[in-house]
Design a protein around this ligand. Structure first.
Ligand SMILES: C[S@@+](CC[C@H](N)C(=O)[O-])C[C@H]1O[C@@H](n2cnc3c(N)ncnc32)[C@H](O)[C@@H]1O
Length: 410
């Protein structure tokens, strides 16, 4: 994900007039993102029309061989587009300016249209059963490291960390127990944060993309598990007179693979659905603690030294303009004795973007920089991984992800 969706941080500005300008820019940016969600259907129908037109070039005898499957496929694609659009409309509903009239839908820019398509795929990765195998490439490793280095009970390790900093209320379970505070920068749609919080940690996600923030807000607050038998929460909302279509408490069936006709093994594969979400996000255990902070990582956390027991960067460190500044910030944001757990490749996100700084260091150099700041490396292993992949596709991209655990010395 790239950075046209940066939310500017107002802390840098002390002039009121500039703050107003900044607010205006931010509002315009949010509106642009909302419009992009609304314009998805038009964009996708244009693509479907292009495919439909291309089929008219198939010779009649070959069309006979293919029978009605082409027409059928086109009709199903149009239906799937409509279903995706309904889902996207649901996501953005609470953020729209109040109006009773139908929105004026316009085709988004290429860039924003790509972001909307990625958001649908990201939902598949983070919040569907189909995405579980991809999540399982890394989540168990992260949970194991967290359990080992930042156990939930008050043990020596955690005690040591807190001897230098005071416990916050949200992290204090009761007398004698402590829930480590974990930061997940670049949280995407929030699934890793959610799973960590379900394990009992006090979790803060950070994200700067409105596409992701709008999505995580909806799934964490307004959706019920697609596989749950009782829909009590949904019924409660209905009793309260809140319309299902408008504010939610639903689950959804989306079509995340309809955007790409290349490397498909069958029409059915392109049209397969995923159910969202695969867990009940609205039923939280006692002492649940999960928050999502909007803003650019460096701007939000450089001013918050020694605030977290653990930082988990998951497919994140390569989103930096300057990875060395991310490492500086991770180091300073950790409490003394805290842990940095990283999983992912080095797919530097700004590499092809004109006018953007992109400091691209190989892994060995990244490790040297971490050591320079003072990190002690506790473990390092490599793992083959995919990201938002269609596992039935005829093409696959695999990353060699590096799983690293560091400690900031006491
Ligand atoms: C590759 S995605 C990873 C998402 C999620 N962690 C996962 O593993 O599925 C990187 C995420 O970081 C966010 N991001 C990139 N740069 C950021 C920054 N400087 N501050 C906050 N979020 C950022 C992007 O919007 C995107 O959601």
């Amino acid at each position: 994900m790239k950075n046209d969706d940066v939310i500017e941080n107002k802390n840098d500005y002390d002039c009121e007039e500039e703050e107003d300008d900044d607010d205006e820019i931010e509002k315009a940016h949010l509106l642009n993102v909302l419009k992009s969600f609304q314009g998805y259907g038009l964009m996708q129908l244009r693509q479907v029309a292009k495919w439909e037109e291309s089929y008219t070039h198939i010779a009649p005898d070959i069309l006979n061989v293919l029978g009605t499957s082409l027409d059928d496929h086109i009709q199903k694609l149009k239906f799937a587009t409509g279903m995706n659009q309904q889902f996207l409309d649901f996501l953005i509903y609470p953020h729209l300016p109040k109006s009773t009239s139908e929105p004026e839908r316009v085709i988004p820019t290429e860039w924003n249209g790509g972001k909307v398509r990625s958001t649908l795929l990201q939902f598949m990765r983070e919040w569907s059963k189909e995405g579980e195998s991809e999540r399982n490439q890394s989540f168990p490793l992260i949970f194991k490291a967290i359990d080992e280095y930042l156990p939930l009970s008050l043990q020596d390790t955690v005690n040591d960390i807190h001897s230098s900093s005071s416990l916050t209320d949200s992290s204090k379970q009761d007398e004698g127990t402590y829930r480590p505070k974990i930061l997940v920068p670049g949280a995407g749609l929030g699934r890793l944060c959610f799973d960590l919080a379900m394990r009992g940690y006090s979790v803060e996600g950070n994200e700067f993309s409105y596409f992701m923030l709008i999505g995580s807000n909806a799934v964490l607050n307004r959706m019920i598990c697609a596989f749950s038998e009782d829909a009590t929460d949904y019924e409660k909302k209905q009793d309260a007179g809140i319309s299902e279509d408008q504010v939610g408490w639903k689950n959804w069936t989306i079509y995340p693979f309809i955007h790409n006709a290349a490397n498909q093994v069958s029409w059915e594969n392109m049209l397969r659905t995923v159910a969202i979400p695969d867990v009940h996000c609205t039923k939280f255990p006692d002492n649940w603690s999960l928050s999502m902070i909007a803003g650019e990582f460096l701007q939000v956390y450089l001013p918050q030294p020694e605030s977290f027991d653990g930082i988990v960067t998951h497919f994140f460190i390569d989103t930096a303009n300057n990875i060395t500044e991310y490492i500086r910030c991770i180091y300073s944001t950790l409490k003394k004795g805290g842990y940095w757990i990283n999983y992912g490749p080095l797919l530097y996100h700004y590499t092809d973007i004109d006018g953007e700084l992109s400091v691209e260091l190989p892994l060995g150099e990244v490790l040297k920089v971490a050591k320079y700041f003072g990190f002690e490396m506790l473990s390092h292993s490599t793992h083959s991984s995919t990201y938002c992949a269609d596992h039935n596709s005829l093409m696959s991209t695999r990353y060699t992800s590096h799983f690293l655990v560091f400690r900031r010395p006491k």
